[in-house]
Design a protein around this ligand. Structure first.
Ligand SMILES: [Zn+2]
Length: 526
């Protein structure tokens, strides 16, 4: 018996995938993305002198920040801090209100309520034309624009959230936002309601402190992002002006375990397929397994035909459109930190899949497409035994795609592969398709975001050519090859899509400060 102790994963150990680390709440000594001095979250923004990036870089030490105080430029920054501090109760109450709306894909009324809430919040912030666009009865796309200037920044955001289940793993109800130890807990507070709201509140902050926006800011806030944005492209096609701009602020955004802002310049695409195979009209006694076809085995074989043991997808033509990283992207990868040990530890593995070494795993996380079985169901899996030959099996696979793979074309290649390999009886439907998008790094928007993020967070930024997740940026950015970037506040233990999702309010105010600064900076950034 000894040596076979099963160590069960605690609920809070659920990996969030972003940084591969545990919740800072549960592991205070990890102090992820937290100011090591542990100062009070709210007062921090108000009273502390802001780190000056030049000084920070020069000394690279925390105490250097504190000496970089009374320069002339500080006055304006302090005004911004003071405004944010004076409004923080109202801003926090608004965040609670938005997070209390349970807008999961299955709750049509809640989605409508959230769309209305966003529309009204935009109007209150001076987006006079804020309105809802709809395709049939699908959740609305809320759009609105404000400001004036040569440049236009498009905020691509969403108000829908992932399901909160399993509810028993939440320490407080997911739609009753709770504040604990400087953090707000609620489904969607990180992904993406907090990010969405702080970008609107930053418009107010900008107007109050700096005056009118020197750029146009347009929001596209959808309610189907977590379902693969099925109507976004057609809604935007109706009004092509909505995608006219000079750069896009992606949803979300994060800082890493050392508090460095992570600027993601792209995302993988996705093709999500539902499989089904039926081999007989009904289940049969397993004594007949000598001559009755087993659906579970059939599906297992079909899935096995898709990938070799090294992780290479075997669908003919699958890699044909994969774009080679540019020299600049390769260099970004080189500079990108990758905590391989922490990434393994969070899921309790000693080696990465497919025999990948640390460097290969890091490169693949940015530049490689995937074929991932999300689930298989067939036959009997209840208590005890049942000797049965299942007549039907179902399964789901997601392919994360990289530029310039096209989800529709990959679905065609998949069908051809199954037919050619003798699996003509294995059906699948492509339920979600989204193009990958990797925007330019050499762009004014990226430089502007890097500058304001470094100023607000006091750490150098990390540029990531592409994150592993998917956002609908291709639809918005591809025609003009527009730059897109994240500027956010999620910390590695934020738990997006997982129980006990939360944000650190300290980071919320910092990100708001950065975003308000961006609205000025982007106007003149070369
Ligand atoms: Zn999201």
């Amino acid at each position: 018996m000894a040596g076979h102790t099963v160590v069960r994963t605690q609920p809070h150990d659920i990996p969030d995938g972003a940084g591969g680390e545990r919740s800072a709440r549960e592991h205070p000594d990890h102090s992820i993305g937290r100011d090591p001095a542990g100062r009070d979250a709210l007062d921090d923004v108000v009273d502390e002198t802001r780190p000056c990036v030049a000084v920070w870089r020069g000394h690279g030490r925390h105490d250097a920040e504190k000496t970089a105080s009374h320069t002339a430029a500080m006055t304006v920054r302090d005004d911004l801090d003071r405004f944010i501090a004076s409004e923080r109760d109202r801003f926090t109450a608004e965040l609670r209100e938005l997070c209390a709306i349970p807008c999961e894909a299955s709750d049509k009324r809640a989605l409508d309520a959230a769309a209305r809430w966003c529309r009204e919040r935009l109007r209150a912030a001076g987006f006079a034309d804020a309105r809802e666009l709809r395709a049939d009865s699908a959740p609305a796309l809320v759009v609105g624009e404000t400001g004036a200037g040569k440049r236009t920044l498009i905020g691509v955001q969403h108000y829908d959230v992932q399901p909160a289940v399993p509810l028993e793993l939440w320490k407080s109800p997911p739609y009753d936002p709770a504040m604990r130890d400087g953090a707000m807990y609620a489904r969607g507070v990180d992904d993406n309601k907090g990010h969405l709201l702080l970008r609107i509140q930053a418009v107010e902050a900008h107007r109050a402190v700096y005056g009118e926006l020197p750029i146009r800011v347009r929001f596209l806030i959808e309610g189907e992002e977590e379902s693969g944005s099925p109507n976004l492209a057609s809604l935007l096609a109706r009004e092509p002006d909505l995608t006219g701009g000079d750069g896009a602020l992606k949803e979300g955004g994060a800082i890493d375990s050392q508090g460095r802002p992570l600027l993601s310049l792209g995302g993988k695409g996705i093709l999500y397929c539902h499989f089904r195979v039926r081999t007989m009209s009904r289940d049969a006694h397993s004594g007949g397994a000598t001559h009755y076809p087993n659906a579970a085995m059939r599906l297992a074989h079909a899935f096995a035909s898709l990938m070799d043991p090294r992780g290479r997808v075997l669908i003919e033509g699958f890699y044909d459109d994969v774009r080679e990283p540019t020299a600049a992207e390769a260099e970004m990868l080189e500079r990108m930190p990758f905590d391989s040990q922490a990434t393994r530890d969070v899921v309790g593995i000693e080696r990465f899949a497919f025999g990948r070494g640390d460097d290969d795993a890091k490169r693949a996380s940015v530049f490689e497409p995937t074929c991932n079985v999300c689930g298989i169901e067939s036959g009997y899996n209840g208590p005890g035994s049942k000797t049965v030959i299942p007549c039907e099996a179902t399964g789901k696979i997601d392919f994360r795609l990289v530029p310039d793979q096209d989800p529709d074309y990959i679905a065609e290649l998949l069908r051809a592969h199954l037919d050619r390999s003798g699996f003509g009886d294995v059906d699948f439907s492509a339920e979600e398709g989204e193009h990958p998008y990797r925007g330019p790094a050499d762009a004014p928007l990226v430089r502007a975001v890097a500058a304001v993020a470094e100023e607000a967070f006091g750490k150098p930024v990390v540029l990531i050519p592409s994150s592993g997740g998917t956002s609908p940026m291709w639809v918005v950015c591809n025609a003009r090859r527009m730059a897109n970037v994240t500027l956010g506040m999620g910390h590695p233990g934020a738990g997006a899509h997982a129980p006990n999702e939360h944000i650190l309010m300290e980071n919320y105010w910092r990100a708001m400060r950065a975003t308000a600064g961006l609205y000025t900076r982007f106007a003149s950034q070369q």
